[in-house]
Design a protein around this ligand. Structure first.
Ligand SMILES: Cc1cc2nc3c(=O)[nH]c(=O)nc-3n(C[C@H](O)[C@H](O)[C@H](O)COP(=O)(O)OP(=O)(O)OC[C@H]3O[C@@H](n4cnc5c(N)ncnc54)[C@H](O)[C@@H]3O)c2cc1C
Length: 391
């Protein structure tokens, strides 16, 4: 007889993978405790920066529409609930090696609404999920009866000291970030040899690809610029530019337009290595802003210096923006130990894959045969980081 599905599950990491997994488990009646160490709440790399009156999706830019029927239904459901929306606009490829712009067919991508982190917030607010934000999980402990305790630090704003906290017991623990299962400094102590043997090799096999995201408020919007977003080629520093304000729910009435430009991995690596890991971020912002303006001038040479003047600029550094190599399966799950893991370090480093992986792990934990073609979804993306932001 098949074992009963776990009644109480801890999910560590509230990015897309952890949130999608938690939400599916909760729908199926499992009680879920969802932990994230982020002080600003959940989201992981689908995050939104709010600063000086501006708002930028400075991590994940868009979610590819799903090909799989079950995921399409889920996306439709999240759209109906208002947490996900189609981003329609003019997309293309700007080639800086010959200063040419090629407009692609009009298409719709998916984005969180009114900000990229809205989708994760929505999923995490599902009934049956207990939220533990600003909680850094440090150690797991398996009890004699096979249940798990989760030990960690509850962080507080300002200078208040962190509180050691223990939650549980849980019938199963799911780790939804590569950081949590790779072992070593900053990882989670899994507290059990068998769990380490299962998860550490997976965590270690995945390489990190850093990148920078420039956030800039300009006086030019997507209409005048002629694009909602574009992949950039032939440029050593940029791979992607996007007018954030052109996404649904981000409209502004003050004439300012928020732009995001994502750097190449090579630019991030060189900049970090030249400055021993501590680059002058103002200088990085200025460099990336110049490249953003050059790309916009390639698309529309009539743009003026006044339109391209930045009222605000800042750069986010992503030490592990993408995963360069991934585990070949969508998740790891050991029902006897009651431990599993998933995230965009499985199959391919993309938002669609992270969601897919979370959903199929929830199916596995519940003992349901999965109806999601996880490899079909993965085929939409190359696992090479530089390709993630290509159409
Ligand atoms: C600049 C940038 C642009 C991108 N653009 C796109 C794009 O346009 N399209 C696309 O498909 N993909 C894009 N990606 C990739 C996409 O964002 C990721 O593939 C996806 O968001 C990964 O989701 P995840 O849930 O696997 O991991 P994450 O989002 O990284 O979530 C993991 C979570 O675990 C938490 N955590 C880690 N350790 C602990 C701990 N010990 N205790 C508690 N919590 C912990 C973290 O705080 C984090 O919130 C982009 C990435 C970057 C950086």
């Amino acid at each position: 007889m098949a074992a009963a599905p776990p009644a109480k599950v801890a999910v560590v990491g509230a990015g897309l993978a952890g949130a999608a997994c938690s939400s599916q488990l909760a729908v199926q009646g499992t009680s879920v405790s969802l932990f994230d160490m982020g002080g600003r709440g959940p989201g992981g790399r689908t995050s939104t920066r709010r600063q000086s009156g501006y708002q930028f999706d400075h991590g994940c830019q868009y979610i590819q529409p799903a090909q799989d029927n079950r995921l399409q239904d889920l996306f439709k459901h999240w759209q109906d609930q208002g947490a996900l929306a189609e981003w329609k606009g003019s997309f293309g490829i700007v080639d800086q090696s010959n200063r040419k712009y090629r407009k692609e067919e009009e298409r719709a991508l998916l984005v969180g609404k009114p900000s990229m982190d809205s989708l994760v917030q929505h999923l995490a607010a599902q009934q049956g999920i207990q939220q533990h934000w600003a909680f850094k999980v440090q150690r797991l402990e398996q009890l004699k009866d096979g249940q798990w305790l989760v030990h960690g630090l509850q962080r507080h704003p300002g200078d208040d000291p962190d509180d050691p906290r223990t939650e549980g017991p849980f019938n199963a623990v799911l780790l939804a970030d590569i950081l949590t299962c790779q072992g070593g400094v900053g990882s989670v102590d899994l507290g059990l040899d068998a769990a380490e043997k299962l998860l550490h090799p997976v965590g270690k096999a995945s390489n990190k690809a850093p990148c920078f995201s420039l956030m800039a408020a300009l006086h030019v919007g997507s209409q005048e610029a002629g694009i909602a977003a574009a992949s950039v080629t032939g440029c050593d520093s940029l791979q992607w530019i996007a007018c954030d304000t052109s996404k649904p729910g981000r409209e502004r009435s003050d004439g300012a337009h928020c732009w995001v430009a994502v750097s190449t991995e090579a630019f991030a690596r060189e900049t970090l290595s030249a400055a021993n890991g501590k680059p002058d971020m103002d200088a990085v912002s200025q460099q990336l802003l110049e490249k953003l303006c050059e790309a916009l001038k390639t698309i529309n040479p009539d743009l003026t210096a006044a339109q391209l003047e930045a009222n605000f600029k800042a750069t986010q550094r992503w030490g592990s923006g993408f995963k360069a190599e991934c585990h070949p399966k969508p998740y790891i799950w050991d029902a006897d130990l009651g431990i599993g893991a998933t995230g965009d370090f499985c199959i391919a480093s993309s938002a669609l894959q992270a969601i897919t992986n979370g959903v199929v792990l929830a199916d596995a934990v519940s003992g349901k045969p999965s109806q999601v073609g996880s490899t079909a979804a993965a085929a939409q993306h190359s696992s090479k980081p530089a390709d993630v932001l290509r159409w």
